[in-house]
Design a protein around this ligand. Structure first.
Ligand code: 3HC
Ligand code: NAI
Length: 668
């Protein structure tokens, strides 16, 4: 039963049980609707506690109903019915009261919550605004400033903060149901407050709206919902309740059918599916309680920080004592930064550092559960490391490589018990970037693969399984993207135009400025390595720049010039001169067409990756680009974008028919 009613004296307890997260499906809305009617008609009942079974209070509208026609009873009507019920309702909150869940709670006369509860309006993260009074009732409880912050950021507030700002009335320590019933009994002994709809919102301070509009637009980076949510809160504070409700509903319905909302829903479900692949449903992960990282450079230090942040102890192995000290200093610098930015206290940072043992002695690895190798990207160095690991680690210890481009099978060659070997490809900075590519070999045991996913969950990473090919999923698409960007430059499109086009599309940086930041030399050396092995690697424009000493910002110039100490890219006459012979001007393209071309090329590579079985799902490729490469979330990822464009759109974007793999994916 989705909604059940129990009685404790004169207090009714309405319990919602709609697993997994008590989302407001049509059946649940109907159940609550009927409960209001039944309890209004019950003369023995004086107040109603609304509580949820399972892990959480109502987590929101049922997102899977969003693509379908709305069904009665509509949520705004249900909230109004609770609000105008003859008996006061009290929301008893545990877990999360989000979106429609918070809106139902706002319809109640009181809200109480356990200390661990969180309350929020995450609708903007789905490309919509609250649709059942969230932007209208919230400011009537907490004022314009707090309501605007909640509705535009989508970030929930914890119970203590909710109490401080007036969103809830009491925190219940101990049993929630008993506490809420006691609260209800006490509340009946005093005059009832007005329902939220009848209260006046505290006005915003002078200049607030203009300042907020600028700040929200900047933070939204192209997403439209946050500004629309701000508009709704503004209306709610400056106009009357009924008009504000109508405005919010109209905005909600308008956005619900938008491309951005469709894209964000796609990402929502992709993100929830990714950490728990159905193929591993019955596979038990190996426990990981102790870890080690080999190499304390850029990646090793970042990975160690990620492990420490999840509470795991880390042994950090380096080549010699000086390198150990440098590795620990790299890690220390990460934590100093976190303290400076206020993310960690000094004590927390010290605690994280205290959990790291730096050493050159591989004997320290005899009993660890997981080792992640992040030494130089050289096959000989890596194989030597794995030879040691093979000798010294437990046969069931998981041994992972963080290689970017080397073939993991070659790294693991000769390793005893190769079933424990796996690729765990982190992205820089490894303690910040959410993406984790998990790369099994044919020998990797299912439990080891499942352990990779379990590790990702405990580190708060977004895991995506990738097969073995040059660059796995993400870097392979990156390579194609860069080549396509260079092709446009060869057609006479200015470097700065390409970058501006991609920024306009929603990326934080264009392909050339991003290379200048990261350095052109890494990809160059990799191409040179392949050439030395006799592979046919065509000359890139980037090769010409690196040969001329232009490796990016670190050498004072790459695709652009940089004034000393300044990160602002300045179009370079030197580069124009170096590349002049390579450029054959074509018809030119506007920025939208440039971005469309590059994204279509990414999707074409993605489709090939999928067809080859390197990626398991098209949505996994979208997650890789969103969480590893700054692809705008509200665009849904390159694959989602391409599928929406369709064959005709892509033919226009590419200037030719899409490759068969992409065409087949679209027609599927
Ligand atoms: N609708 C439908 N399904 C939902 C859902 C929702 N609102 N929220 C979560 N689910 C599903 C997930 O897809 C997942 O399904 P699966 O088990 O089949 O894969 C399952 O519930 C569990 O979700 P999580 O893995 O995310 O569970 P957690 O325990 O880690 O997190 C949570 C719980 C914090 C509630 C998290 O699920 C969450 O943040 N959900 C989204 C909440 C949200 O965005 N609500 C607003 C909806 S929009 C709205 O309410 C509009 C209104 O104003 C009209
Ligand atoms: P780095 O050069 O910053 O660090 C490598 C570290 O390994 C150095 O500190 C070095 O002293 C140490 N080392 C070398 N040989 C060792 C040995 N035998 N035993 C112990 N330590 C040893 O390199 P970076 O950038 O951290 O890369 C490491 C690995 O991570 C490479 O495989 C790279 O391809 C991969 N990677 C790099 C990314 C990046 O953005 N830099 C992203 C993802 C993966």
């Amino acid at each position: 039963m989705t909604v059940s009613i129990a009685r404790e004296g004169t207090i009714a307890v309405v319990t919602i049980d709609n697993p997994p997260v008590n989302a407001l499906s049509q059946a649940l809305r109907q159940g609550l609707w009927d409960a209001v009617g039944a309890l209004d008609a019950d003369p023995d009942i004086r107040a109603v506690v609304l509580i949820c079974a399972g892990r959480t209070f109502i987590a929101g509208a049922d997102v899977s109903e969003f693509g379908k026609p709305p069904m009665e009873p509509h949520l705004p009507d249900l909230v109004a019915r609770i609000e105008t019920a003859a008996k006061p309702w009290i929301a008893a909150i545990h877990g999360s009261a989000l979106g429609g869940g918070l809106e139902v709670a706002l319809g109640c006369r009181f809200r109480v919550a356990v200390p661990s509860a969180a309350l929020g309006l995450p609708e903007v993260t789905l490309g919509i605004v609250p649709g059942a009074g969230g932007t209208v009732r919230t400011p009537r409880l907490v004022g314009a400033v707090e309501a605007a912050a909640m509705a535009t950021s989508g970030k929930p507030v914890k119970a203590a903060r909710a109490l401080a700002i007036g969103l809830i009335d009491q925190i219940i320590d101990g049993d929630l149901r008993a506490g809420a019933v006691a609260f209800a009994e006490a509340a009946l002994n005093a005059p009832l407050p007005a329902p939220v709809c009848a209260r006046d919102p505290a006005p915003a301070p002078e200049g607030f709206w203009a300042a907020q509009e600028a700040a929200v637009a900047k933070a939204a980076k192209g997403a439209v919902a946050p500004l629309r949510a701000l508009d709704c809160v503004k209306r709610a504070v400056t106009g009357d309740f009924t008009a504000a409700m109508a405005f919010e509903r109209e905005t909600f319905l308008d956005l619900r059918g938008s491309d951005q909302a469709a894209a964000l829903r796609h990402v929502f479900f992709a993100e929830r599916a990714a950490p728990r692949p159905s193929t591993l449903k019955d596979v038990t992960a190996r426990p990981i309680a102790t870890t080690a990282v080999i190499g304390g450079g850029t990646m090793g230090a970042g990975i160690a920080a990620a492990l420490r942040d999840a509470g795991l102890p880390v042994v950090l192995i380096e080549r010699d004592d000086t390198a150990v000290a440098r590795g620990l200093a790299n890690l220390g610098a990460i934590y100093d930064g976190a303290v400076k930015r206020g993310r960690l206290s000094e004590a927390q940072a010290a605690d994280r550092m205290a959990g790291v043992t730096g050493t050159t002695d591989y004997a320290a690895l005899a009993d660890v559960d997981l080792v992640i190798e992040a030494v130089f990207e050289e096959i000989g160095v890596k194989r030597a490391v794995f030879a040691e690991l093979g000798r010294l680690c437990r046969p069931d210890a998981i041994l992972a490589t963080n290689t970017s481009y080397l073939d993991p099978r070659a790294i693991a060659e000769g390793l005893p018990h190769p079933d424990r070997f796996i690729g765990l490809h982190f992205f820089s900075p490894a303690n910040v970037m959410k993406l984790l590519e998990i790369v099994p070999t044919a020998d990797t045991a299912p439990q080891v693969l499942a352990s990779g996913f379990a590790l990702a969950r405990s580190l708060g990473k977004m895991p995506v399984q990738a097969g073995i090919c040059d660059g796995f999923i993400g870097n392979r698409i990156l390579k194609r993207y860069r080549a396509a960007a260079e092709a446009l430059v060869r057609e006479g499109i200015a470097i700065a135009e390409v970058d501006a086009a991609m920024r306009g599309f929603g990326l934080a940086m264009g392909p050339f400025e991003a290379q200048d930041l990261g350095g052109l030399d890494i990809a160059f050396l990799q191409r040179e390595g392949a050439r030395a092995r006799g592979e046919d690697v065509p000359e890139m424009l980037g090769d010409i720049l690196v040969r001329a000493g232009r490796k990016g910002q670190k050498t004072g110039g790459g695709w652009y010039d940089y004034a000393p100490g300044d990160r602002k890219p300045v179009p370079s006459d030197t580069v124009a001169g170096l590349l002049a012979a390579q450029i054959t001007p074509g018809a030119g393209m506007d920025r939208a067409a440039i971005a469309a071309r590059l994204v279509a090329e990414m999707a074409e590579e993605g489709a090939a990756i999928l067809a080859e079985g390197i990626a398991q799902k098209s949505s996994d490729i979208d997650l890789v680009k969103i969480h590893g490469y700054g692809f705008p979330r509200w665009r849904g990822g390159p694959m989602f974008h391409a599928i929406r464009r369709g064959i005709d759109g892509l033919t226009q974007d590419l200037g030719r028919a899409p490759a068969p793999a992409l065409a087949a994916l679209i027609q599927r």
